[in-house]
Design a protein around this ligand. Structure first.
Ligand SMILES: Cc1cc2nc3c(=O)[nH]c(=O)nc-3n(C[C@H](O)[C@H](O)[C@H](O)COP(=O)(O)OP(=O)(O)OC[C@H]3O[C@@H](n4cnc5c(N)ncnc54)[C@H](O)[C@@H]3O)c2cc1C
Length: 593
């Protein structure tokens, strides 16, 4: 089955579920008009479908072999990357000051989804460069920006993001990489980083590493971390490449999926220390890295959506062709295509509904980020910033969890042909698995949501979100379309459950943190089921308003399916939060021995 970027559907979700149409109408996006938006999406869809997608399998099979400290990327990847960067895709959301196109994050998010549909291993490299650009633009000194941003924005150089060390994974504060001040104002870095995505490769002439390290007099923990820019090749005053810096790649990881993405160990300081330049202030590196990570978290969320979309397309294609058994009520004689069997249809609809809900949550997050940057009033910017902060962990964890679930269902729809490698269904499942782990594990996302995001504005941020969800439910009930069945009632239940679980959690953050932490993951899922269900309902409502009967029927069907089959789990998830937490903490005996 050939993959096609779902451009029309992406455009619809952006405009009607995520609020891009309203943002355009309000002038939030300046010159951006709907036809320009659609033209950009169309071009991205073509590039993803025609150029990147054929390389996905090549990357999986070929991998990224390391020889003498250098990595050869899979055949065809350098040409594709060079063409991709030359077409301006890397700088889509980059500032015009540095050669970018300054388009909204929401547009870039849609494109990132498509790069990931085409090949998650390809897409993850540029995503880190984009995060690096944001961090440097927001926190870097002018001279550093001038030296590095134009080439990072154009994609001529790529960036990396380096937190992880053997003893410092989720616990970033445990990192030990050392930075010492040099007389010329630069720093000398020594230490080792592991699991670094695109830490070494031959796609670009230079690689710009963004590395967290600790000064000798730094306070312990996360308050003593600084961010350094460390180029693979030093850059001369005229912009040309100079000497090789004191950083090398001694090994790469052999891993379950994303074989086309090199995952490297990097060693700094074999010869006295790599030259590094401070980004932001000393000991304030984590705040800078968070600029980079928030962007990257949404991008990894979109990786989940992208893989889910591709797996769904592939499973649908297979289910239309594969014939087995006779479906109930089948006409004629002979075997039916498996799509006619209700259980297979259930799997396919689950795949489609989860993918679309996750997509909508990701785009809502991107639009909130845009509003946080672009809105005229300070109060609106603050509210939007809080909404983006609230939704980012939900987008990251839900989208990457469903990426795995959808890819796994994709294997199931294929039967034995899914478990063998030649259909590609298995690759989607292998590739999807990492997204729930990197950029902060999904467990850490849930903890972030509950402990840091729920208390924003004294609970006001989550209340505002609940109010919006209730408005959707009210609009749905006002439409009173019989085709919607119990969609409104199911979503009302889901929002009520989310509200009650929120009220249960908030006071426990201080008084009973163990209980709150035990319920964090099911709470995040509950949040996503309520928010995702309402987003799909918004799409159905928009389609009804537009009066396109066939489109409205399809969008109503998916919103209803989600409400009846996914959002319906909300009361159970609520009980998992409010009652299950106790047994998580009381049942430790079951893990003894
Ligand atoms: C393919 C790949 C690419 C990567 N790319 C990069 C990269 O480019 N840059 C980079 O810096 N890193 C990268 N990483 C590292 C990645 O970000 C970490 O693996 C991840 O943050 C988890 O850290 P860890 O592996 O040490 O697991 P651990 O932190 O040991 O976690 C193990 C388990 O314990 C849970 N856990 C840990 N602490 C807590 C806690 N406080 N509360 C509750 N649960 C907890 C986790 O959720 C997880 O389930 C990459 C990893 C891989 C595999």
């Amino acid at each position: 089955m050939t993959y096609r970027a779902p451009v029309a559907d992406i455009s619809f979700t952006l405009k009607h579920a995520a609020g891009v149409k309203r943002a355009i109408d309000e002038g939030l996006y300046g010159d951006l008009a709907e036809d320009l938006l659609d033209a950009v999406l169309e071009e991205a869809g073509k590039f993803a479908t025609d150029v990147i997608a054929p390389l996905n399998r090549v990357g999986d099979v070929h991998g990224t072999p390391l020889k003498d400290g250098a990595i050869a990327m899979p055949p065809g990847w350098k040409e594709a990357y060079t063409a991709w960067a030359a077409a301006g895709w890397n700088g889509l959301a980059g500032s015009a000051d540095w050669g970018g196109q300054g388009l909204p994050h929401a547009v870039n998010a849609a494109c990132i989804e498509m790069w990931n549909e085409a090949s998650p291993a390809f897409a993850i490299g540029p995503v880190l460069t984009m995060g690096a650009i944001e961090a440097l633009d927001a926190h870097g000194a002018d001279a550093l920006k001038r030296a590095y941003l134009p080439k990072l924005v154009s994609g001529e150089w790529m960036g990396t993001m380096q937190l992880t060390e053997p003893q410092a994974g989720s616990d970033v504060g445990a990192l030990r990489t050392k930075a010492e001040r040099a007389p010329d104002g630069s720093y000398r870095i020594t230490g080792q980083k592991i699991f670094i995505t695109y830490g070494e490769h031959d796609l670009t002439d230079n690689i710009v590493h963004f590395v967290l390290a600790r000064l000798p007099d730094a306070p312990p923990g996360t308050k003593g971390i600084s961010l350094f820019l460390i180029p693979k090749f030093l850059v001369n005053a005229d912009g040309s490449l100079g000497a090789r810096n004191d950083v090398r790649c001694p090994s790469i990881e052999h891993k379950l999926g994303i074989h086309g993405s090199p995952t490297c160990t990097l060693v700094y300081g074999d010869h006295g220390g790599a030259v590094g330049y401070l980004v932001g202030e000393e000991n304030r590196g984590l705040a800078c890295m968070f600029t980079m990570m928030n962007n990257a978290r949404l991008a990894v969320a979109l990786q989940g959506v992208g893989i889910a979309e591709r797996a769904t397309q592939q499973a649908l294609g297979f289910a239309r062709e594969r014939k087995q058994g006779r479906a109930p009520g089948a006409a004629g004689t002979g075997a039916s295509p498996i799509i006619a069997h209700p259980d297979v249809r259930r799997m396919l609809l689950t795949m489609r509904a989860l993918t679309k809900a996750a997509r909508a949550i990701c785009y809502l997050t991107a639009v909130a980020t845009d509003r946080a940057h672009r809105a005229a009033g300070a109060a609106e910017r603050k509210a939007a910033h809080e909404r983006a902060s609230l939704l980012t962990p939900v987008a990251k964890a839900f989208s990457t969890d469903i990426g795995i679930e959808v890819a796994s269902l994709g294997v199931q729809v294929h039967g034995g042909m899914g478990y063998v490698e030649e259909t590609g269904a298995a690759q989607h499942l292998r590739d999807a698995r990492i997204a729930a782990i990197y950029e902060g594990t999904n467990g850490i996302q849930a903890i972030d949501l509950v402990t840091r995001k729920l208390p924003l504005s004294g609970g006001g941020a989550v209340k505002a979100c609940l109010d919006d969800l209730r408005s959707t439910v009210a609009a749905l009930e006002a439409v009173n379309d019989p085709a919607l069945g119990a969609t409104g009632a199911r979503l009302a239940e889901a929002v009520d459950s989310l509200d009650r679980a929120t009220q249960w959690l908030l006071p426990r953050l201080d008084k009973a943190p163990e209980a709150a932490l035990a319920g964090a993951t099911p709470y995040l899922r509950l949040f996503a089921h309520a928010a995702g269900g309402c987003a799909l309902a918004e799409e159905a409502l928009a389609a009804i308003r537009a009066g396109d009967g066939a489109d409205a029927a399809a969008r109503i069907a998916i919103a209803r399916f989600f409400a009846d089959n996914v959002a319906v789990t909300a009361p159970g998830l609520e009980r998992t939060v409010t009652e299950g937490a106790e047994s998580v903490n009381d049942a430790q005996a079951a893990l003894a021995g």
